[in-house]
Write a new protein. Structure first.
Length: 157
């Protein structure tokens, strides 16, 4: 199997380079696919359910959510970022995998500047308007991860 961009001028052994890049691409695609499935679940089920947690239990629930989701999300997001960066570096700044890297970078920006501030506010206590903001702004990440998977699938075929 060889995806469209598996040519690397940085290696003397081109077949080794293609194999390495195929593995990197498949790891990248798997991490993006996993995160897309997770973000759709978070978007449609988990974040909206925050509204149904009573105020007395909300701080404990939110702390539990942040601790447990981080164990799942952080390693996969780092894997996706690193493998996207490697593919971008190999193919150049203007390439399909370059666009994939920019999408992943945009996801990280959306996480840092939209999701994290909302979660920080919710760590203080339940606030339905902040929960609504979290759900609404999370659409940015949901759309970006979906686009990243569609792009990766296009590259794969």
């Amino acid at each position: 199997m060889c995806y469209k961009g598996a040519k690397n001028t940085h290696y003397e052994n081109e077949s080794l380079a293609s194999m390495d890049l195929n593995i990197i691409f498949l790891i990248n695609f798997a991490s993006s696919l996993f995160m897309m499935g997770l973000i759709w679940t978070i978007q449609l089920v988990h974040y909206p359910s925050f509204h149904f947690i009573d105020e007395g239990n909300f701080n404990e629930f939110h702390a539990f959510h942040n601790q447990r989701i981080s164990v799942i999300v952080i390693p996969v997001m780092i894997t996706e970022l690193v493998t996207s960066g490697l593919l971008w570096w190999n193919e150049g700044f203007v390439s399909l995998n370059g666009i994939g890297f920019y999408l992943v970078f945009a996801i990280w920006l959306a996480t840092a500047f939209l999701s994290v501030p909302n979660h920080a506010k919710l760590a203080i206590g339940k606030n339905d308007s902040i929960i609504t903001s979290l759900v609404n702004t999370n659409w940015v990440r949901t759309v970006l991860w979906t686009l990243k998977v569609l792009l990766s699938f296009y590259i794969l075929i």
